[in-house]
Design a protein around this ligand. Sequence first.
Ligand SMILES: C[S@@+](CC[C@H](N)C(=O)[O-])C[C@H]1O[C@@H](n2cnc3c(N)ncnc32)[C@H](O)[C@@H]1O
Length: 296
Amino acid sequence: MIKLDLLARYLAFFNTALQHRPSPEQPFTRIYIDAFAGTGECDINMGDGLRSTIAGSAKIALDTAPAFDRLHLIDFNPKHVAELRGLVASPGDIDRVSIYHQDANEALNEIIQKTQWRSTRGVLFLDPYGMTVRWDTLQKVAATKALDVWYLFPLSAVYRQAAIDFNKVDEGKAAALDSVLGTTEWRTAFYSDSQQESFLDDGKSSARRTAGPAEITSFVHARLCEIFKGWVSAPILLPERGGPPMFALFFAVSNPAEPAVKLSKKAADHLFDMLKNQRIGKTSSGVALPSQGDFF
Ligand SMILES: C[S@@+](CC[C@H](N)C(=O)[O-])C[C@H]1O[C@@H](n2cnc3c(N)ncnc32)[C@H](O)[C@@H]1O
């Protein structure tokens, strides 16, 4: 599965690359935050009606070697939280893992406030089903200047809320779009009027959505670039085949320092090349374990 394969490889890279930084005597505390952690297992479709279970993001992060110093696993669903608790039964894990049965935005806010970012570097995985991640949460994440973020942006949820006919975008839908995009500018960026008058005789808008997946993805990319001062990757549209994309996977670096950007970008570019050459995500049967030779 592409998102988990990329994540697994990046986490191994991250912990290896930062193991002795900024100095071997006093390395950074390395943390992983999973804001939509799930259960630790992921059920995938293998085609022909066959299903298989692979390690989900939380399990991948727990098993990453070299290991993270701290992990924060967040999920809103009580059953998922119970399964996550079952995953971290060993004494070593109990000490390094915190589990939050909370809304992702609230828990992220709490974690960001209590972490000493000067001595910490981390990876945040945002894998929501829908438009849950508020823009103000992303702003706080970006302001840490210490988190690398993999964000599976919910394109299909945006199409659903941003109806083709602007009149069908009710207040609730508009507020959800404002929240996930952090701006009201989507109204003019996604919609245009073919009529000379923007309002029809009955007072309704004549605007229709002209932005498709490509334009919406570019808009989101530009928005992310405004707050992530390090680097934001070009998106990977998922699924790659078999219909319109449901998600746009972005990688964003919050640390603007040149050495940090160079390192993260080099690793991500290498992963994207592997993806292009089908050395990642070739099958949906599992997550390939990264080897150090992948990067170094
Ligand atoms: C796509 S799944 C995550 C899958 C997981 N990353 C994995 O690899 O197995 C999304 C998860 O987000 C949780 N969730 C939904 N809304 C949430 C919210 N507002 N805050 C935190 N978790 C939420 C769901 O319970 C679900 O477990």
